[in-house]
Design a protein around this ligand. Structure first.
Ligand code: PLP
Length: 497
């Protein structure tokens, strides 16, 4: 049965998956959602014996119904291969009483690799299926991790170009170095004088610019997105929640049907939304715990039913969660509004006009499986130090925020349900923050790469290739611009002045 997609704002419907992936954002500015969330058609017991790749096929075939089996299997095989430093792709580490689902074993050592290693394959397959002749220009705003993962995925992929905008002063030194050393003739990396929300809003405005789209088309280009607004990002992220449950079942940590909770360090709300989709597909997920850093707009939303971005933007040690406009929340809003596009448009208009909106009591009622928690900078650093000294396991700051949220939830509710914590980045990506959390006196004055070596010593985990690569790599990207000049920068790169 074919699963089709529609826009949360009502302007598009009956769209096959491959076209939704190519478009990225719907033409009316909405996000594509499946007309219904498919149910798993194999049992959890059957899934428990499967590899990551096979699980990916079983999940993704239900969402991407216009891809043939051969196409989809080829995309999966091309994505989840030796680029990952472990055959199991997403291992679970049991630390204290929680299971850390390590999503950082891919090429750029953050969880964005889970989806961005397959998106280029899905995108080029979709382009072929739809007889696209234009070159596809991937436009991406990044809070630090999406950028590098998308660059790694799309660099030198024929028929594509990729442009990444990142907040010049809002990413970690390692994140910046990873991006500005990116190779590939089809890549452009631009720092903007602004924060992630400025970058994301700028990209959304460029997507919505009809005149520009026509100009591009005449020059043989069309835009698409590698951000988590693209359904081709979201679907591969559902896979690892199914896989985590199945592996816990296989290892006897869970019995068939026993509920599990998940805790997700959240920014743009893509990762936790994928967990929610897994639940709707039939994985026995009980509570979805949304963990925020000091930019706790989502925590407040789950507490009060009001989403309010009117507040200072705080730069934290978990930069990939420094976000005040969580794009993917729109998909959840649409769902709890009973798939009423009119209601969704009303709330999203209020968000762009006044920076806030309030949902109805009825909608709030449907969020009862979600919980919001947040961790301050101090709590996050303390958690890194405590978990390290008690167990030897080193958390990155994003995962540490989730780990704090988990402990707060447990002590507040006494809920003893087995819990998976999404571990979204390798500590090597945030070496300075991690090492300073462990011992500020000792490590505070060392250089970034000295810290890398110290981290290797204290953690006993070898330095990942992604870090070795950038030690000596030359900087290839130096472009910096104001948020209002993003469009001109894009045109310049494409040679359409
Ligand atoms: C992107 C990112 C997040 C936030 O994920 P969302 O899907 O945007 O909510 C958390 N941690 C890390 C390390 C990330 O790169």
């Amino acid at each position: 049965m074919e699963l089709l997609y529609k826009s949360t704002r009502g302007g598009e419907s009956g769209v096959p998956a491959s076209r939704a992936i190519l478009e990225g954002l719907a033409k009316d500015g909405g996000l594509f959602v499946p007309e219904k969330i498919p149910a798993l058609d194999v049992s959890l017991k059957e899934l428990s014996g499967m590899s990551y790749q096979e699980t990916a096929y079983q999940v993704m075939k239900l969402f991407l119904t216009d891809f043939t089996e051969e196409e989809l299997r080829k995309c999966i095989a091309g994505a989840y291969d030796g680029k990952f430093d472990t055959e199991v792709i997403a291992p679970l580490a049991k630390v204290e009483d929680a299971y850390y689902l390590e999503l950082f074993h891919g090429a750029t050592i953050a969880f964005k690799d889970m989806a961005l290693s397959i998106l280029p394959h899905l995108m080029t397959t979709a382009a072929k299926k739809n007889q696209i002749r234009n070159e596809i220009v991937i436009l991406t705003a990044t809070s630090g991790d999406t950028g590098k993962a998308a660059l790694a995925g799309f660099a030198d992929v024929p028929g594509t170009r990729i442009i990444v905008f990142y907040p010049k002063n809002g990413v970690s030194p390692i994140q910046e170095k990873q991006m500005v050393t990116q190779k590939g003739d089809n890549t452009l990396v631009v720092g903007i004088h602004g924060n992630f929300d400025d970058a994301q809003s700028g990209v959304k405005a460029i997507f919505g610019d009809r005149a520009l789209a026509e100009e591009l088309d005449r020059a043989g280009f069309q835009f698409s997105s590698a951000n988590s607004i693209n359904i081709g990002r979201l679907v591969p992220q559902v896979v690892y929640y199914v896989y985590a449950y199945a592996k816990l079942l296989e290892n006897g940590e869970l019995s068939d049907g026993e509920p599990m909770n998940v805790v997700v360090p959240t920014g743009n709300f893509g990762n936790i939304l994928a967990a929610y989709y897994a639940k709707l597909m039939g994985v026995p997920i009980a509570k979805l715990i949304c963990a925020s850093n000091e930019n706790k707009v989502l925590y407040d939303f789950f507490q009060t039913g009001e989403y309010d971005r009117n507040r200072p933007f705080i730069l934290t040690t978990s930069p990939s969660m420094d976000i005040l406009i969580s794009s993917n929340l729109e998909r959840l809003i649409y769902r709890i509004a009973g798939e009423d596009a009119g209601e969704d448009v009303k709330l999203m208009d209020a968000l762009s006009r006044e920076g806030k909106y309030r949902i109805t009591g009825d909608m709030q009622e449907q969020l009862k499986d979600f919980r919001g928690y947040y961790a301050t900078e101090e709590e996050c650093a303390k958690q890194i130090a405590r978990v390290y000294s008690d167990t030897g396991y080193v958390l990155d700051p994003h995962t540490a925020v989730a780990s704090c949220a988990y402990e707060k939830y447990r002590s507040e509710t006494g809920d003893g349900t087995k819990t998976v914590i999404a571990s979204t980045a390798s500590p090597y990506k945030f070496t300075r923050s991690v090492m300073e959390a462990v011992d500020k006196e000792k490590y505070g004055r060392m250089s970034d790469f000295e810290l890398v070596d110290c981290l290797e010593e204290i953690s006993g985990t070898p330095v990942p290739a992604a870090i070795e690569e950038i030690r000596t790599a030359p900087v290839r990207h130096r472009t910096v611009c104001e948020p209002e000049d993003m469009k001109q920068t894009v045109k310049g790169f494409l040679g359409i002045e």
